[in-house]
Design a protein around this ligand. Structure first.
Ligand SMILES: Cc1ncc(COP(=O)(O)O)c(C=O)c1O
Length: 366
């Protein structure tokens, strides 16, 4: 049996006709930039995120970059975030000239530990960027409290967590703005790159919309120095086809996660913890195991897909050496990086496939 970490073809065969028709509609219209598909997707994503506005952009990375630029965060500023995330989170902070300031994670949820944030706030801090990792939102109430006390913006990196909830509130709707990625492996994935920023702040929305198009309004009058962060209408068309399936797909992922949880119960495998405040969309199902690297080798030999998200915490990345962090600064992030392993959790997995994954792991770990 071959079980990839993610099988996008299994999804595509079911919606191929719809995707082809939607893409063809864009091609026939020759509205190759912007247009009604982008607007329709923005309205729908804003609605499902309980936000007033949405701005389609070229990727999750550009969603974060646009947010930072639109909030005028740059040289001399600090942004507090998690060291245990995909590179883009901190990469964007550094790209606008600001300093990423890391705070360790909660070892259960892998999200930023809100208890440690206040200590990291300085006069230069402008924003907090919590990451809703693997499909579960960060503990937002205490984060908003610190932000409120110090007048900081909160940019939710919700790239992995569209429609997930915290105390019934949607990802992206609690902070100043939320950033989504439509990278194909996300629960709502495009047929290429794409992203979106959601907000309920009219002023920020106007700025985000201008910044994604070179800070221009009206045409050829540039109020700001922005970029080309536009969402491709072909991506918008494909995403509009997929959007009605999103809840069903996330539900199937939750079902798969619960199935694994049941099968791993009472073993050495530490299954994901979901806070009672949260509903996870399980963009990833991440276990913690002893002898993780040996396990990876054997699973790969057995053609079972798995991945380490993330093997090197960001404070130890070569490109961030200039920040002056060292091994041991964020012990929980470092420990997680050595022990975590993502297993296949995509919606089309059958029970037989999940059984094979579980049995293979338990036969190795005992
Ligand atoms: C937490 C997080 N932030 C940001 C991004 C960047 O999104 P994109 O790949 O669409 O640029 C990703 C993508 O994997 C992510 O997982």
């Amino acid at each position: 049996m071959q079980i990839p970490l993610l099988d996008l073809k299994a999804q595509y065969v079911k919606i191929k006709k719809e995707v082809m028709a939607a893409v063809s509609e864009v091609l026939e219209s020759q509205r190759c930039i912007g247009g009604p598909k982008v607007v329709e997707l923005e309205e729908k994503i804003a609605a499902i995120s309980d936000c007033k506005f949405a701005v389609g952009v070229s990727s999750g990375t550009d969603a974060i970059l646009n947010c930072l630029m639109s909030l005028d965060i740059g040289a001399g500023d600090e942004v507090i975030t998690s060291p245990f995330t995909f590179f883009a989170t901190a990469g964007c902070i550094a790209r606008v000239g600001a300093k990423p300031v890391f705070v360790d994670i909660d070892p259960q949820t892998y999200n930023i530990n809100p208890k440690l944030i206040a200590k990291a706030v300085t006069k230069k801090t402008r924003a907090i960027m919590p990451v809703h990792l693997f499909g579960q939102m960060a503990d937002m109430d205490p984060i908003m409290e610190v932000a409120g006390k110090h007048g900081l913006a909160v940019i939710e990196d919700a790239a992995q967590s569209i429609t997930s909830t915290y105390k019934g509130r949607k990802a992206g709707s609690i902070g100043t703005a939320g950033c989504f990625s439509f990278f194909p492996s996300k629960n709502l994935g495009g047929i290429g790159d794409g992203g979106m920023v959601v907000t309920s702040d009219q002023k920020l929305y106007d700025r985000l919309a201008m910044m994604r198009n070179h800070g221009m309004s009206p045409k050829y009058y540039h109020k700001y120095i922005g970029g080309n962060f536009r969402l491709d209408p072909i991506q918008a068309a494909a995403l509009l086809v997929k959007l009605p399936y999103l809840d069903e797909w996330s539900q199937a992922r939750r079902h798969n996660a619960e199935y694994y949880n049941m099968k791993f119960a009472g073993t050495v495998v530490k299954t994901p913890y979901v806070s009672p405040d949260c509903v996870s969309i399980y963009n990833q199902y991440v276990i913690r195991v002893p002898k993780r690297d040996e396990l990876v080798k054997i699973l790969k030999d057995k053609n079972i897909g798995c991945e380490i998200y993330y093997p090197v915490p960001l404070h130890l990345q070569e490109c961030f050496k200039y920040l002056g962090y060292k091994q041991g600064d964020f012990p929980e992030a470092e420990k997680a990086a050595n022990e975590v392993l993502a297993l296949p959790v995509y919606p089309e997995l059958t029970d037989e496939m999940k059984d094979f994954v579980v049995e293979s792991i338990l036969s190795i770990l005992g």
